[in-house]
Design a protein around this ligand. Structure first.
Ligand code: NAP
Length: 480
C-alpha cells in the first residue's frame, strides 16, 4: 500500500479493509475512499457524510469511526491533475476495496474513460444492487406504493454492457450481414437481414449469469426473503435471455437444493399432495397448461420432468415442506413491468440481465419518490462501489437544494455490505422518520403538494441532513 494517492496522505490512524475466507475484515477505523462528485455531488456528499458519521457514532458510541479519504475523478480531478480519472484513484479504490461516490459529469466531446466502466472492469463489479423500498409519507404515482419492497440484482458486465455494434453502411456491418445471410440461407431459414441495417450483438454467459443469480439467492436466504424472480425476455431471445433463465434455475438446483424450490416443482408437489395416489400423467397435466394440444413426445418430456422432480425432492420438499423454501420463479420482462404496477408485493428479489435491469430499476424507483431516493451499488466478490442512481443535476449545483437521500441510502447499503448492519438500520430508520414528519427537500415537497398533502416543510439539503441526524437517537432507540 502506498502512503499517498494523488499526493494526498492517508489518514494517520485508519486501516485498510481486507478480505479473507470469503469475508471482509473491517477494522474499527476503516479507510474508505470517496469521490465527492460533480455538480450537486458537492452538496449531497457533505450532507451524506454528516449522516454517516452520526449513525456510526450512535451505533458504536465512539468505538468505531470511518476515516474518509478523498480520491479524485471528474471535474475536480481535471482541474487539479489535468486528468478526468487519475490512475491513483483506481489504485486507491482497489487497495481499500470499498468506495462511495457522488455523480460525475460525462464530459461533452468524449475521449475519456468512464470511471464506472473502468471500475467495473478493474474490480469485476459484476452485480448492480438496487433495493427499491417505499417509505411511508413519500409521494407516489401509484395507489399502493407500500407494496414495493424489491431488491434488484442487475448483471453489470455483459449483455448490452459487453455489446458489440456496427454502424449501418460500414464495411464491417456489411461483412457481418453477408456472413449472417449466408448462414441463414444454408439453414434454409427464409429470414434475411436488410443490407441497410445497423448490427448489435449481446453476449450472456453461464459464468456471468450464475454468479449474479448466486448472489441474489444468497441475499434472499440471508435476509429471509421468500422469492427470487429471474426476469428475462427468453420467449424471443432463447439462447441469451432464455439461457439466463435456464442457467439461473440450474444454479438454484445445483447449489441451493435444500433451501429452494422452483415454481414448477411447487406445482408438481402441490398436485401430488392433492392427489397422492394419482399417476404421473395427472400431475403432468396440472403443471402444463398446453397439455391437451401437445404432441406425444412433449407429453413424455413433461411426465419425465414430474418423475425426476418427485424422485429427487419429494422426501425433502414434499408434504408441504416446499412452502418453507425459497421460491425461484421467472417472469418475462415486459410482463414484469406490468406486474410491478399491479402486484409489486409478489416480488422480493429480482435477478436480471443488464438491459432489463436498467428499465426495471428506474420504473420501480419512480413508484417510491423518484431519482432522489434511489440508491445503488456496484459489487463484486471482494470490492464494492456505492453511489446514487441519479446524475449531477447541474442546475442545482451548490444551491443546497437537492435531495441527498439516494446517496445517504447508498451509504446504508455500503455499511450493510461491510457487516455494520447497526449503522445501516439507523440511517434508514432516521430517514424514514424524517420523511414521515414531512420534512423534505424541494423535489418531494413539489410532489406532496401536488397530491394535496398539508404540513409539508421544505428543507435545504443541509437542513434535511440535520433533521435526519436529529431523528437518529430516537430511531436508534426504536431499533434497540
Ligand atoms: P440527472 O443529473 O439525474 O438530473 C435530471 C433531473 O432529475 C434533475 O434536473 C432533477 O429534476 C432530478 N434529480 C436528479 N437527482 C436528484 C436529486 N438528488 N434530488 C432531486 N431531484 C433530482 O440527469 P441529467 O441531467 O441527464 O445528467 C446530468 C449529468 O450527470 C450528465 O453529465 C450525465 O452524464 C451525468 N450522470 C452521471 C451519473 C453517474 O455519475 N452515476 C449518472 C447519470 C447521469 P428536476 O429538474 O425536475 O427537479
Amino acid at each position: 500500500m502506498k502512503s499517498s494517492y494523488n499526493h494526498a496522505p492517508l489518514p494517520a490512524d485508519g486501516q485498510a479493509i481486507s478480505f479473507a475466507g470469503g469475508r471482509f475484515q473491517v477494522p474499527n477505523h476503516p479507510i474508505i475512499p470517496y469521490i465527492e462528485g460533480d455538480g450537486t455531488g458537492r452538496d449531497i456528499w457533505k450532507a451524506a457524510r454528516r449522516v454517516f458519521d452520526a449513525a456510526v457514532e450512535v451505533a458504536f458510541g465512539g468505538e468505531r469511526r470511518v476515516r474518509w479519504y478523498e480520491v479524485f475523478a471528474g471535474e475536480k480531478a481535471f482541474r487539479q491533475f489535468g486528468e478526468w480519472l487519475p490512475e491513483d484513484t483506481l489504485e486507491a479504490i482497489k487497495t481499500f476495496r470499498i468506495a462511495i461516490k457522488g455523480p460525475l459529469t460525462t464530459p461533452v466531446g468524449g475521449g475519456i474513460r468512464s470511471l464506472n466502466v473502468a471500475l467495473r472492469q478493474l474490480l469485476d463489479l459484476y452485480a448492480c444492487w438496487r433495493p427499491v423500498q417505499y417509505l411511508p409519507g413519500l409521494p407516489s404515482p401509484v395507489k399502493h406504493p407500500e407494496k414495493m419492497n424489491i431488491v434488484i440484482f442487475r448483471e453489470n458486465t455483459e449483455d448490452v454492457y459487453a455489446g458489440i455494434e456496427w454502424r449501418e453502411g460500414t464495411p464491417q456491418a456489411q461483412r457481418v450481414i453477408e456472413w449472417l445471410n449466408e448462414r441463414l440461407r444454408e439453414d434454409k431459414n427464409p429470414k434475411q437481414i436488410r443490407r441497410d441495417s445497423g448490427i448489435g450483438i449481446k453476449p450472456i454467459s453461464v459464468t456471468g449469469t450464475q454468479r449474479l443469480v448466486r448472489r441474489g439467492i444468497r441475499y434472499a436466504l440471508d435476509h429471509g426473503r421468500k422469492t427470487v424472480t429471474l426476469v428475462h425476455k427468453g420467449n424471443i431471445m432463447k439462447f441469451t435471455e432464455g439461457s439466463f433463465r435456464d442457467w439461473g434455475y440450474e444454479l438454484a438446483r445445483r447449489e441451493f437444493r435444500r433451501e429452494t424450490v422452483t415454481e414448477r416443482e411447487s406445482w408438481i408437489l402441490e398436485s401430488k399432495e392433492r392427489q397422492p395416489n394419482a399417476g404421473l400423467e395427472v400431475h403432468a397435466r396440472a403443471v402444463e397448461p398446453g397439455w391437451e394440444m401437445a404432441p406425444e413426445a412433449f407429453r413424455r418430456k413433461i411426465v419425465e420432468e414430474v418423475k425426476a422432480c418427485l424422485d429427487s425432492i419429494e422426501l425433502t420438499h414434499g408434504r408441504g415442506q416446499w412452502k418453507t423454501k425459497l421460491l425461484i420463479n421467472d417472469r418475462i420482462a415486459d410482463s414484469m413491468l406490468q406486474q410491478i404496477l399491479t402486484r409489486a408485493d409478489e416480488y422480493e428479489v429480482v435477478c436480471t440481465p443488464n438491459l432489463n435491469g436498467d428499465y426495471l430499476s428506474d420504473a420501480c424507483a419512480a413508484q417510491i419518490g423518484g431519482l432522489g431516493l434511489a440508491p445503488g451499488a456496484n459489487i463484486g466478490d471482494e470490492h464494492g462501489v456505492f453511489e446514487a442512481t441519479h446524475g449531477t443535476a447541474p442546475k442545482y449545483a451548490d444551491k443546497d437544494m437537492i435531495n441527498p437521500s439516494a446517496l445517504i441510502r447508498s451509504g446504508a447499503l455500503m455499511f450493510e455490505f461491510l457487516g455494520w448492519t447497526k449503522v445501516a438500520e439507523r440511517i434508514e430508520a432516521a430517514l424514514a422518520a424524517t420523511i414521515a414528519q414531512r420534512r423534505v427537500t424541494y423535489d418531494l415537497e413539489r410532489l406532496l403538494v401536488m397530491e394535496g398533502a398539508t404540513g409539508v416543510q421544505r428543507l435545504s439539503t443541509s437542513a434535511f441532513a440535520g433533521a435526519i441526524i436529529e431523528n437518529m437517537q430516537v430511531a436508534s432507540a426504536t431499533i434497540g
